[in-house]
Design a protein around this ligand. Structure first.
Ligand SMILES: [Fe+2]
Length: 346
């Protein structure tokens, strides 16, 4: 696990609070009717802040329920929720990718999502047990510099990037939740041994960057020939000025390759929430026609996946991506972190 000093301190404080507040809560029994009613919820948000804020604003406009966001990344917030346990102030947890919410679900901290909400989301984007639902999707891509590489020179599989011919030519952002979600898919599809071998190859081949935007910028400038990112970083930059992506094109691996992995953003309601009804309403909204339209119309350029709302027309349709079949509820974040540490990538 990679945690900043600040993160560790926060976790320690949170753990202490969990003990104190947990004791108080068990003394007065469990009650879901918090004082002040259901007019405000706290969302632990690991998705991109501007997207979640757009959803929260539309939700508040529709329901009058206020949303307070606490922003962080997938692993930081999922670990914090596990530390806080039933004392968490969180009502809803939104992740960028599914391993983080899977961790929280595996600790029994999530309440079942209302069936009507689950029915809004196609089955492959949510776990069968209904502990959370998917609400957005993002495709893995290989961003490549068009003056350095022709389409014919591109690898057929993301696994090929571990071969010696790519030494010094590729970039990744291994500390980020996005890349770690891709690794979790590789683990599920290829097994731990093959994943570790692949990671060791990446360790010797790849330049390391902080964040997908930095990877894309380096591809754009020609510092590296190609890099692994999610699709929306390119589309967002193109929609703005193109300054960091005009020399870049995207390869979609397709063919159910691990590199064609489509990652799912998750939404869950904390079992300990004292605002169950409002929290369920928020998740229902996110996956509703209105909430999905907010996503599709936003600058996020991620895929809408629920309530039959078409994705932004600029994107390559999800139906054409031919992703591998991955059980999004079984992606194992902690194992991925261990393997990445073992390979020396983090
Ligand atoms: Fe991202």
């Amino acid at each position: 696990m990679r945690l900043s000093r600040h993160g560790l301190l926060k976790m320690t404080v949170a753990a202490t609070l969990a003990v104190v507040v947990g004791a108080a809560a068990s003394a007065c029994g469990s009650s879901n009717s918090g004082a002040g009613g259901d007019q405000s919820i706290t969302v632990y948000n690991a998705q991109h802040e501007d997207l979640t804020q757009a959803e929260a604003d539309a939700f508040t406009a529709q329901t009058g329920i206020k949303v307070t966001m606490r922003n962080g990344d997938d692993s930081e917030q999922s670990n914090q929720l596990v530390q806080e346990g039933s004392a968490s102030p969180a009502d809803v947890f939104l992740t960028e990718n599914s391993p983080g919410i899977g961790l929280v679900a595996s600790k029994g901290l999530l309440a079942p999502i209302d069936q009507a909400t689950r029915d809004q989301v196609p089955a492959q984007y949510s776990p069968a047990d209904g502990s959370w639902v998917g609400w957005a999707a993002r495709s893995t891509v290989l961003a490549y510099n068009t003056s350095k590489l022709t389409p014919a020179q591109l690898p057929a599989s993301i696994m090929d990037l571990a071969q010696p011919q790519w030494k010094g030519k590729i970039g990744i952002s291994p500390s980020g939740a996005d890349f770690q979600a891709i690794v979790s898919a590789v683990v599920q599809l290829k097994g731990e041994d093959a994943t570790l071998t692949w990671l060791k190859g990446l360790k010797s081949n790849a330049k390391i960057y902080q964040g997908n935007t930095s990877v894309m910028k380096a591809v754009n400038s020609g510092e590296i020939e190609a890099g692994v990112i999610y699709h929306y970083y390119w589309f967002k930059d193109q929609a703005e000025s193109g300054a960091n992506s005009n020399n870049v094109k995207l390869k979609y691996f397709g063919n159910q390759d691990p590199g064609a992995f489509v990652s799912v953003s998750g939404a869950g309601v904390l079992k300990s929430s004292k605002h169950q009804e409002a929290a369920q309403k928020f998740v229902a909204f996110l996956t509703s026609k209105k909430g999905q339209q907010v996503l599709s119309d936003s600058k996020a350029m991620e895929y809408s996946i629920a309530s039959d709302v078409p994705a932004n027309a600029k994107l390559s349709p999800l139906s054409t991506l031919d992703p591998p079949k991955v059980d999004v509820s079984a992606l194992n974040g902690p194992r991925v972190v261990a393997l990445m540490q073992q390979s020396g990538l983090i």
